[in-house]
Write a protein that binds this ligand. Structure first.
Ligand code: PRX
Length: 633
């Protein structure tokens, strides 16, 4: 584990080296992997393209570094521990050797069902070990996986299938989520009515629900793997070949497919995992994310398994059957590193300390947070009651596009500061810029967060639309990657993330484009126009507030609000359901027709002080009507 930083001075030294000699720095880390052919050049980059390549001409297969490499040294060690939704049901411990065999067997299954290198495969599955096996098998055969969170609707699923022209869907009959049972296969069937590229669907038997199996297209997982060999020679991939596509929301239009490639992603997900969580061999590490999000990719599957770690996967939810479930699991498996989202912490905090009483939590060494700014109150509750005041709390800032953690304390090595992501990892060069793109040096500065030098797991493109990638991330500030977040460097030099500065909201750690929700609302036949903004929400961080102009004929306001919520649920999925819908007579607009979202955000957050000068609006009278409609006057 020579790549693990051990001391604060070690961090400072590594950081300096990574900035002064980035290529030598990353070459050294990459050297600890098995490459079928060494790279000829470490880095080529140009942010204007953008065109970033790492470990050029290097040949590898990421699964050889996860599985084959660990077979002799850790074949019997647990790779995945799986805790099912129902506490009384049998858990599973899967060793590195078993994971190797399951992956090879499923690789053969993919190939015999027509999947070739470069083909796209959609994974729409519950949190079961087979989901990780599916990802690894795709990587082993050179196919590109795109995991879609199984809470998304059939329309969202169909959009993603169509965008990447996927050939296969891997799914289950149904999913367990707490007390609920979700008919996943039905959603897939509905989605496939709107797509034409899918040739095969492989269905895992999870709930035993009765499902329709379409002859010639659908196969049960257990039938498909039967008789398949448990050996599969990993396909040789170029360092810059695609590893996966993951769709994420932006400020405009439909979600975009963020593309990550094999070599750089492997090096960075491993390096960041090892250093942020300070994982030691034999530790049990648990990240509560879903594999449908980037956190699940980098810090349930790839990062930990590349490091030969034991990674825990949990199928259920934090409050089922009660609000002590997380803590019960921590004690049951003696979890050493625990990584979750502020929204889960706030939700559990609301139950008080009683659910914690039966549990010691004494195995915990490191606790972590991801997905949204963690407020000080939640930070202290987490630190004091879960970490018992003696576990470093790593507040990890990063994004789908960055592939791995960018700004965070290294547990126990660099200092913790409540609500501050703190310092960049080695190799990461964040800058704060003003609106003209001038870099703001020194401490006590606030502005937009950019990164001025590439790191190995930076987004390469947005699938099928490179121009969109350039426009979104590389055109706002010349020569820099723009994150879309605001940030502050405080008087001690620590970075604090202030949240999105674009039209993206963060609901329970899930990214949502306001335009995307508006488009869904506008599908309702009675809706004339809508505007969606975020507002502070005690548990979710941000809630969704929709202002809607409607044709009210034949409807009551209550009916219409419900129908609008249902429309969004159906088109995007339950996570995008507006918390509030306000029917309004008009939307405040500038003379050029632009919606004044600032005003709408203030009303949604119940703050009508300092509304600013509204007299220059096209329709100033509407502001008063909206305030009254919101019950604020
Ligand atoms: O606004 C930031 C917020 O989540 C966004 C990225 O969302 P997504 O791509 O879905 O990835 C989430 C998991 C990495 C960022 O632009 N965000 C993420 N982590 C933090 C955060 N905001 C503040 N503090 C964090 N630790």
């Amino acid at each position: 584990m020579g790549n693990k930083i051990q001391t604060l001075s070690g961090y400072i030294h590594e950081y300096q080296k990574s900035v002064l000699q980035p290529e030598e720095f990353w070459s050294r880390i990459a050297d600890s992997f098995y490459w079928k052919q060494a790279w000829s050049k470490t880095l080529e980059w140009d942010f204007d393209g953008p065109d970033v390549k790492w470990f050029l001409d290097g040949k590898l297969n990421i699964t050889e570094n996860i599985l084959d490499r660990h077979l002799f040294t850790k074949g019997d060690d647990p790779a995945i521990i799986w805790e099912p939704n129902e506490p009384g049901d049998k858990h599973k411990v899967i060793s590195y050797r078993e994971l190797y065999e399951m992956t090879c067997q499923f690789s053969n299954t993919l190939v015999s069902n027509g999947v070739k290198k470069g083909d796209r495969v959609i994974i729409y599955m519950p949190m079961v070990p087979e989901a990780a096996v599916a990802m690894l098998a795709c990587a082993r055969v050179g196919a590109v996986h795109s995991v879609v969170f199984a809470g998304f609707s059939s329309t969202s699923l169909a959009d993603r299938i169509n965008d990447c022209e996927a050939k296969m869907v891997l799914t289950s009959d149904g999913n367990y989520r707490g007390a609920k049972q979700i008919p996943v296969k039905e959603v897939v069937d509905e989605a496939l009515e709107k797509t034409s590229s899918i040739e095969k669907v492989i269905v895992l038997n999870r709930t035993g629900d009765k499902v329709d199996m379409k002859e010639g297209r659908d196969i049960w997982w257990h039938d498909a793997i039967e008789g398949q060999s448990k050996e599969f020679k990993a396909v040789e991939m170029d360092s810059e070949d695609m590893l996966f596509i993951l769709y994420t929301s932006g400020s405009t239009g439909k979600p975009k497919g963020v593309v990550h490639t094999c070599g750089g992603y492997m090096v960075y997900s491993y390096y960041s995992f090892l250093n942020v969580f300070q994982y030691s061999q034999g530790d049990v590490y648990w990240c509560t994310a879903d594999v449908g999000w980037i956190t699940g990719h980098s810090y349930i599957v790839y990062g930990p398994l590349l490091a030969g770690a034991t990674t825990l996967m949990f199928e259920g939810v934090p409050t089922y059957p009660n609000a002590g479930r997380f803590w019960e699991i921590v004690d049951k498996y003696k979890v050493n590193q625990f990584y979750t989202a502020p929204t889960a912490i706030r939700a559990l905090q609301a139950f008080g300390l009683e659910p914690l009483e039966p549990y010691s939590l004494e195995s915990l060494k490191v606790i972590g947070s991801v997905g949204e700014p963690i407020n000080e109150e939640a930070w202290h509750w987490y630190h004091d009651h879960i970490g018992k005041g003696n576990c470093p709390l790593v507040d990890t800032w990063w994004q789908t596009e960055t592939g791995g953690i960018m700004i965070s304390a290294l547990a126990g090595i660099t200092p913790n500061k409540p609500a501050h992501a703190s310092l960049p990892l080695p190799g990461i060069q964040p800058v704060i810029v003003d609106s003209e793109g001038n870099e703001l040096h020194g401490n006590n500065v606030e502005g937009n967060l950019c990164v001025k030098f590439p790191w190995p797991s930076i987004i390469r493109t947005t699938y099928g639309d490179h121009e969109r990638c350039r426009q979104t991330y590389f055109s706002t500030y010349k020569g820099m990657y723009f994150t879309g977040d605001g940030a502050k460097r405080d008087h001690d030099g620590y970075l604090r993330i202030l949240g999105r500065v674009d039209d993206v909201i963060n609901v329970s750690g899930h990214r949502m484009g306001t335009a995307e929700v508006e488009n869904a609302i506008n599908e309702h036949p009675k809706v004339v126009e809508s505007a969606v903004v975020g507002f502070p929400h005690d548990v979710k961080g941000q809630g969704i507030y929709a202002y809607v102009i409607c044709d009210m004929e034949g409807r009551t306001e209550e009916n219409l609000k419900k129908e609008i919520k249902d429309t969004v649920r159906k088109i995007i999925g339950p996570i995008a359901t507006p918390d509030e819908v306000q029917i309004v007579p008009g939307l405040p607009k500038t003379r050029s027709g632009k919606i004044m979202r600032r005003i709408l955000r203030k009303v949604a957050s119940k703050d009508i002080s300092n509304m600013g000068d509204t007299s220059t609006l096209l329709n100033p009278e509407v502001v008063e009507e909206i305030i009254q409609g919101a019950g604020l006057k």
